[in-house]
Design a protein around this ligand. Structure first.
Ligand SMILES: [Zn+2]
Length: 694
C-alpha cells in the first residue's frame, strides 16, 4: 500500500511539473495525408467499412475469454539523439526505454494502478529480439541526428518549419514496417522538448494504411518515460483509434448521428469538443446536454491529463485493426520469435532467370502483388510501379516461410485489383534454381476478379511433396500480371515470363522433414450446425500419440489452438463441438503431438458458418417448437417441418417484427413421436436441423 501511494504521488508530481497541455500531431498529419494522398484516403475509407462490419459481427457473436493475449507486436525504438551520452536527456538509456514499454504493457493489460474502463486490451508490445538480419537484438538503435540540418536546434517539424522534416529523420533509420513497429525518439518537436510547460506536441503516429515511409510513432525523449500518456496514446492511433473529439474543435461538437460512422467511430464515447486545457471536464457536456463521462475525460485518446482508460468499443476496434490487413504481419513476424530455424540464414542461389517488368508497367500503377501469406508468414509489398517490378525477397531472412514435407497449407495471394488479374506460383522444391510448371507449380489462376473489389484475395492450398529438398533455403516465386483477357500475350507461361504490367516476387522457404509417421485418419470431417462447427475424426493407428490439438484459423491468419483431446486408442471415434466461432469461413486442422514432441498435421477442412441468428430452445419438443433469435429479423422467415419419411407436416411464415423468440404451435397436428427435420429459410440463407418429437 505504501509503495502504491508513493507511486501515485510521483505520478502526480510529474504531471504537476509540466503545467499546460500535451497534445499530439496526429490530426494535422492525418488531414494532410488525406488531402494529398488519394491512395491513403482510399485505404482509410476501405478500412472504415471493414472495421465496422467486423465490429458489428463480433457484437453479434461471442466475446473472448478475459486475460487472453491475442496479439503481440514487435517494436523497435530508434533513439535519434544529438550526440549526448546514453542516459542524458535526448538519449534515454535502454533501461528507461524498457521501463516505458513495461508501463505501456501495464496500461494495455489493465494492470496499471488506477486503471478504469475495459482493462485488458489483449494486445502487448515487445522490443524486437531479432534485427533485420535475424541476429539477436535489443530492439533499440541509436543514431546521431545532428547530421540533419536544424535537427539539433528545432527537432522535428509538425506545425513549425524551423526543424527537420519527419521523413528526413525517419529515413535515417527504419526497420521493415511490415515486420516491426517503428518508434523514433526525438529531442524536440516544433522546437519544444516537453519540459518547459505550455502546450506542446508530445508525439505523433499514423493510422494503419499510412505510407510505409511515414508509418510509426515519433515521440519526444522527455515523454519516453513511465507515467506519460504519449506512447499509449500514439499506439492507440497506430491501432486505428481517433481522438474522442475527432471532427470537432475546441468550440464545435463533432457530429455523432451514427456513432460507428461519425467522429471517432466509437459508440461508447460521447461526442465532446477538443479540451482547451489538460483539465478533465465535469458538469454538462454541451455536445450531449448530459454530464461529461469518464469514457472521454479519462480516456488515453483525449488531450486531458487524467488518462486511466480505454473503452470496450475502443478495444473492439483495436483488435479488429490489429488482426486486419495492415497490422497482422507484425503479429506474425520473426522479430520476436524465440526460435529461428537457421543460424545463419543462407539465401538461395541465384535463379536461372529474373523476370523484369516492362517500362510501361513500371510507369503505371496497374498491377502487382500486394501480399502473400503462407504458413503464418504474411509478406506485404506494393504494386509493380511502387516496387520497381521484380522483388527478390528471397535474401530477406525475415521473410522465411517454414514448411514440412508432406503437409498441406492454405495460402492467400492478393493482387492489385483495378483490373482482372493473373497469378502463378512455384517453389523450387528440387533446388536446381529453376521452376518446373508441372512439378513445382502450386497455383495458376487467370481472370481473377472482379476488379475494384476490396481486398480481392486468392485462397487455396498447397501440399509439400515428399521429395522436396529439406533444410536448405529454397526459392518461392509468385508472378502477377493482368489477365490474358486483355491480351493473349500476357500469359504467364513460365517462371521466366517478363511481365508487361505485373511483377514477380521471390521469397525464401525452408522445408523440414518429420520422420514420424502421422496418425492415419480414416475419416476427418468438419461441418456447420447452425452457429456451431462439429468436427469428427477416426484414427487408424495411435501409437506414440501424446495428444491432439484442434486448431482453427480465419482466412489469412495463423492457426490457433481451440481444444486438446487425449488419445483413446486405435480406431477411436472422436467428435467435438466448436461453439459459435462467428460467421465466416473457418479452417480446421488436427495437430498431432507425439510423446517425443514431434508434430504432424491433418489435412485442412474449411467450413462456412452462416448467421448465428437462430437457436432452437425446445429439442426434444412437445406441442410447440420455440426458436430464439439472436438479432431481430429483417426479412421473412419460412419454417418447414418434415417427417423422417420426407412428408411436409407443417409450415409457417414469420414476418419481421421485434420478437426475440418464435413459437411454432403444433398443438393440433397430432404428430407421431420420432425424428423430424426443421428447415428455415431467411433470404438466401437456408439451414436444417434434426429435432425429436416425444
Ligand atoms: Zn493523438
Amino acid at each position: 500500500m505504501q509503495n502504491r501511494l508513493i507511486c501515485l504521488f510521483i505520478g502526480m508530481c510529474v504531471y504537476g511539473i509540466v503545467s499546460g497541455q500535451e497534445i499530439c500531431g496526429f490530426d494535422k498529419l492525418h488531414q494532410e495525408a488525406l488531402k494529398t494522398d488519394a491512395a491513403y484516403r482510399k485505404r482509410i475509407e476501405e478500412q472504415k467499412q471493414i472495421i465496422k462490419s467486423q465490429i458489428l459481427k463480433k457484437k453479434s457473436s461471442r466475446t473472448l475469454a478475459p486475460s487472453a493475449v491475442l496479439y503481440t507486436i514487435p517494436v523497435v525504438v530508434h533513439v535519434i539523439h544529438t550526440g549526448g551520452a546514453i542516459g542524458t536527456a535526448y538519449n534515454p538509456s535502454d533501461a528507461q526505454i524498457q521501463n516505458t514499454i513495461n508501463d505501456l504493457n501495464a496500461i494495455y493489460s489493465g494492470t496499471k494502478a488506477g486503471t478504469e474502463g475495459v482493462g485488458d486490451l489483449e494486445i502487448r508490445f515487445v522490443l524486437a529480439t531479432r534485427d533485420l538480419l535475424c541476429n539477436v537484438s535489443s530492439g533499440i538503435t541509436r543514431t546521431n541526428g545532428s547530421v540533419i540540418p536544424n535537427y539539433v536546434s528545432n527537432g522535428v517539424n509538425v506545425n513549425l518549419t524551423g526543424g527537420a522534416a519527419q521523413l528526413t529523420v525517419k529515413n535515417l533509420i527504419r526497420w521493415d514496417p511490415a515486420k516491426y513497429y517503428n518508434i523514433w525518439v526525438v529531442n524536440e518537436i516544433d522546437n519544444h522538448d516537453g519540459t518547459i510547460g505550455g502546450s506542446f506536441i508530445g508525439g505523433f503516429a499514423y493510422l494503419p494504411g499510412a505510407p510505409s515511409t511515414l508509418d510509426g510513432t515519433v515521440i519526444l525523449a522527455s515523454q519516453m518515460q513511465v507515467n506519460r500518456k504519449t506512447l499509449p496514446h500514439e499506439l492507440g492511433h497506430a491501432l486505428g483509434l481517433y481522438h474522442p473529439f475527432q471532427d470537432g474543435t475546441t468550440a464545435t461538437c463533432p457530429t455523432n448521428a451514427d456513432c460507428l460512422n461519425d467522429g471517432d467511430e466509437i459508440c461508447d464515447t460521447d461526442p465532446v469538443t477538443q479540451p482547451s486545457t489538460g483539465v478533465c471536464r465535469t458538469g454538462v457536456n454541451s455536445c450531449t446536454g448530459t454530464n461529461y463521462h469518464i469514457n472521454t475525460e479519462h480516456n488515453y485518446m483525449n488531450y486531458t491529463n487524467c488518462s486511466t482508460l480505454f473503452t470496450a468499443d475502443q478495444k473492439a476496434r483495436m483488435l479488429a485493426v490489429t488482426g486486419g490487413q495492415y497490422r497482422v504481419s507484425l503479429t506474425q513476424s520473426w522479430a520476436i520469435s524465440a526460435s529461428y530455424p537457421l543460424s545463419p540464414f543462407v539465401a538461395p542461389a541465384a535463379a536461372s532467370c529474373t523476370p523484369l517488368t516492362s517500362a510501361t508497367g513500371l510507369a503505371n500503377n496497374f498491377a502487382g502483388l500486394i501480399s502473400f501469406n503462407l504458413a503464418g508468414r504474411r509478406i506485404i509489398s506494393g504494386t509493380s510501379m511502387a516496387d520497381g517490378g521484380y522483388v527478390d525477397g528471397s535474401s530477406n531472412c525475415m521473410n522465411l516461410i517454414q514448411l514440412v514435407r508432406g503437409q498441406t497449407y492454405n495460402f492467400q495471394m492478393q493482387p492489385l485489383s483495378v483490373n482482372y488479374e493473373q497469378l502463378r506460383g512455384w517453389i523450387d522444391y528440387n533446388n536446381n534454381n529453376s521452376f518446373d510448371n508441372t512439378t513445382e507449380g502450386f497455383y495458376y489462376g487467370d481472370n481473377i476478379g472482379p476488379p475494384n473489389v476490396m481486398n480481392l484475395t486468392v485462397s487455396n492450398t498447397l501440399t509439400v511433396p515428399l521429395t522436396a529438398q529439406t533444410n536448405t533455403v529454397l526459392r518461392l516465386r509468385v508472378t502477377e500480371e493482368l489477365s490474358t483477357a486483355y491480351n493473349a500475350a500476357f500469359s504467364i507461361n513460365s517462371a521466366c515470363y517478363n511481365p508487361v504490367y505485373g511483377q514477380a516476387e521471390d521469397f525464401p522457404v525452408i522445408i523440414n522433414d518429420h520422420t514420424v509417421l502421422p496418425v492415419y485418419y480414416s475419416f476427418f470431417s468438419a461441418s456447420a450446425h447452425q452457429a456451431d462447427v462439429v468436427l469428427r475424426w477416426k484414427t487408424v493407428d495411435e501409437k506414440n500419440v501424446s495428444f491432439f490439438i484442434i486448431e482453427r484459423a480465419s482466412i489469412g491468419n495463423e492457426f490457433k489452438e481451440i481444444r486438446r483431446v487425449h488419445p483413446r486408442g486405435n480406431a477411436s471415434d472422436y467428435s467435438i463441438n466448436d461453439t459459435d466461432p462467428g460467421e465466416g469461413n473457418w479452417y480446421y486442422r488436427i495437430r498431432q503431438v507425439d510423446h517425443d514432441g514431434k508434430l504432424s498435421y491433418s489435412e485442412v477442412k474449411v467450413v462456412q458458418v452462416k448467421s448465428a441468428n437462430i437457436k432452437i430452445i425446445t429439442n426434444p419438443f412437445d406441442t410447440k417448437i420455440s426458436i430464439r433469435l439472436q438479432k431481430t429479423l429483417t426479412k421473412k422467415a419460412f419454417f418447414r417441418l418434415i417427417s423422417a419419411d420426407g412428408k411436409l407436416v407443417f409450415q409457417q411464415q414469420i414476418r419481421p417484427d421485434k420478437q426475440s423468440v418464435i413459437h411454432l404451435d403444433l398443438e393440433n397436428k397430432s404428430l407421431l413421436p420420432g425424428l423430424y427435420f426443421l428447415s428455415c429459410r431467411i433470404g438466401d440463407e437456408l439451414w436444417t436441423e434434426k429435432l425429436i418429437h416425444r
